[in-house]
Design a binder for this molecule. Structure first.
Ligand code: ADP
Ligand code: MG
Length: 256
């Protein structure tokens, strides 16, 4: 692991409210993210998680401070198609099959058909949807649709996988299954993952480090190393070590 692949330095974000008032979404956030790390941004709704993720993805410019990625700007990284992004809702095209949904970013990039077909096969296998390539989104469960979203985000083999509460609309059982599957996928893709969630056990289960954000304004209140062995399976959730991390992080929110 090399030092600081992503450097977030003194980032602040102030939005303008409807009446022209300042809304401070992030206040002076600094964070280094290592290559190949699985990091979670954790905090209650409104603490600036999405704002920070969008700044890293070059979808938003911070009011002050900077982000650099291997000495390049987020814009340069975006133009090189190095980000794969998964949102809470997978935003699939209803009239396209699963295969053709996964194909979208590759079409836009002008990747030749033969190569696209090979990559779609590989992605479907990676997310466990081999038998569903010719189905339409409405024929799939919510969890399966989110898998399509992940496959599409990974199709261009991104260095950075940015995920904004990808499983929060799913039931608990499906969420836990997808958590385990995501770790399995990540063990093969080995990219750097920045995962936004408001779910404490989810952040502990997945991450190398959990970055705790507190609201009003969004500040970084703690960074917790999760020193649990990998590969991680869902039985890990029943161990004392796991509970300990969950309680430690929960306590860090008390008084917020
Ligand atoms: P989170 O993802 O943690 O729920 P967000 O980053 O979406 O938090 O929002 C952080 C704060 O910034 C919230 O108070 C939210 O209302 C505000 N905010 C987010 N986007 C905008 C916007 N485009 N205009 C004004 N305020 C915004
Ligand atoms: Mg959000």
């Amino acid at each position: 692991m090399s030092e600081a692949e992503i450097q977030i330095k003194n980032v602040s974000m102030v939005y303008k409210g409807n009446n022209g008032e300042d809304i401070v979404a992030l206040n002076d956030v600094s964070l280094d993210i290592r290559e190949g790390e699985f990091i979670s941004l954790l905090g209650p709704s409104g603490c600036g998680k999405t704002t920070l993720l969008r700044i890293i993805a070059d979808l938003l410019q911070p009011t002050s401070g900077s982000v650099s990625i291997l000495e390049q700007s987020p814009k340069e990284i975006r133009l090189q198609q190095k980000y794969g992004i998964v949102f809470q809702s997978p935003v699939l095209y209803d009239w396209r099959t699963v295969r053709r949904n996964i194909c979208m970013p590759m079409e836009i990039m002008g990747i030749p058909k033969k190569e696209r077909t090979a990559r779609i096969d590989k992605m479907l296998e990676l997310v466990g949807l081999q038998d569903f390539g010719y189905k339409y989104p409405f024929e799939l469960s919510g969890g399966m649709q989110q898998r399509v979203g992940i496959a599409r985000a990974l199709a261009l083999n991104p260095d950075f996988l940015l995920m904004d509460e990808p499983f929060s609309a799913l039931d608990e059982f499906t969420r836990e299954k997808l958590n385990e599957d995501l770790l399995n996928i990540w063990s093969k893709t080995k990219n750097t993952v920045i995962f936004v969630t408001h779910n404490i056990p989810e952040s502990v289960f997945l991450s190398d480090r959990v970055v705790v954000l507190s609201p009003h304004p969004g500040r970084l209140s703690a960074v917790v190393d999760i020193d649990l062995p990998r590969p991680r399976k869902n039985v890990l959730r029943e161990t004392p070590a796991f509970f300990e991390y969950v309680s430690k992080i929960r306590r860090s929110f008390e008084g917020v």
